[in-house]
Design a protein around this ligand. Structure first.
Ligand SMILES: Cc1cc2nc3c(=O)[nH]c(=O)nc-3n(C[C@H](O)[C@H](O)[C@H](O)COP(=O)(O)O)c2cc1C
Length: 325
């Protein structure tokens, strides 16, 4: 079974992914945060940096797009294959953000199954045409939720999915309205897993996987599962994939190396201390769960206003807290 590092906009940057792969490894694939398609088919600076293969040496990267327009999607798929040589493109059908769903993108696309069907129909018809013209089509994979308002919607969504040659489905078994909270719907995942596997699609589970024992439980329940994707869990315990493969757990020194290297890279690239610290704080919202017994130290770190004072507080925090992962 493969382990995937989830895309998280604003957090899983080029720098974080490379550092993670170099220090910890244990993940079979990393995904870029979503790239929104548009008519001009132009990648912005962040997107170019994200997909440039020179920036992902040493690990496998999958670009993710978000769209509701099959023609635009095909142009992005062509661009990502021809210019950057990607063999897999992932399509986001899970993003719950209001600004995204208002445009019928992300989980907004699964809210209306007619629209979803129209999108996939246009996408695969165009893809077939491209392949007929000799274009070496990359695998098309989908990352999805199980519904928008209610988990009962999954049946209609699944009916549509089963009609198209999507290579792999990454399923986060929550509805859009549940965002990232509450329990996952394992019964719905199980029903989708059975049908999609029967059809020959690859299936990846995503949601609340935090420990090796979570990974082992899911493998026990779904022995033919192809992959598990982890986001918040691997931000807290960056050695999660390595541990699952029998390697050692993260050490305090490793955590320090990871965080300090990231601080150095952001500081060099971004410059402005305020923005550097904002980026580190976004990550620490998840990483803090790796430590306990030093709330005061964490508060001190959050209050730091310069990169240098942040560095000192961060060193102290990591050295003086109990590591609980
Ligand atoms: C801050 C944040 C940003 C995210 N950005 C993306 C994204 O760009 N693309 C995507 O498919 N999912 C995105 N996600 C969802 C995660 O990839 C993942 O599906 C979710 O966190 C559930 O998995 P987990 O419980 O292992 O964290 C984001 C989640 C968070 C919290």
């Amino acid at each position: 079974m493969q382990i995937f590092f989830a895309p998280m906009e604003g957090i899983t940057s080029v720098s974080l992914r490379s550092l993670h792969a170099k220090i910890f490894g244990g993940c079979d694939k990393y995904f870029t945060p979503f790239i929104s398609t548009n008519d001009s088919v132009k990648l912005n600076g962040r997107e170019k940096e994200d997909v440039d293969p020179d920036n992902s040496k040493g690990y496998t990267l999958v670009p993710q797009i978000i769209s509701n327009d099959p023609d635009q999607s095909l142009l992005y798929i062509k661009l990502l294959k021809e210019r950057y040589s990607y063999d897999e493109i992932n399509i986001n059908m899970g993003c719950p953000s209001g600004t995204v769903t208002a445009k019928n993108k992300g989980s907004g696309l699964i809210r209306n199954t007619d629209l979803l069907d129209e999108y996939l129909d246009g996408l695969f018809e165009g893809a077939e045409k491209l392949a007929g013209d000799g274009f070496d089509l990359p695998d098309i994979t989908v990352k999805t939720r199980i519904g928008y308002y209610s988990e009962d919607e999954y049946k209609n969504i699944l009916d549509v999915f089963l009609r198209y040659p999507v290579k792999q489905f990454i399923i986060h078994p929550r509805t859009r309205n549940e965002f990232y909270g509450g329990s996952v719907h394992m019964d719905v995942f199980s029903a989708m897993y059975d049908e999609l596997k029967k059809k020959g699609a690859l299936v990846c589970y995503n949601g609340d996987i935090k420990t090796v024992s979570d990974l082992e439980d899911i493998v026990k329940r779904f022995p033919d599962l192809d992959a598990v994707m982890t986001g918040r869990g691997i931000l807290t315990d960056p050695s999660l994939g390595r541990r699952f493969r029998g390697g050692r757990g993260v050490t305090r020194e490793e955590y320090l190396e990871y965080m300090e290297s990231l601080l150095d890279i952001y500081s060099g690239r971004i410059g402005n201390d305020k923005f550097v610290l904002a980026k580190m704080k976004d990550l620490w919202n998840f990483s803090v769960n790796a430590f306990c017994g030093n709330e005061k130290g964490y508060k001190e770190m959050c209050k730091a206003v310069s990169v240098e004072s942040y560095r000192i507080c961060m060193r102290q925090y990591i050295r003086n807290s109990d590591l609980r992962v």
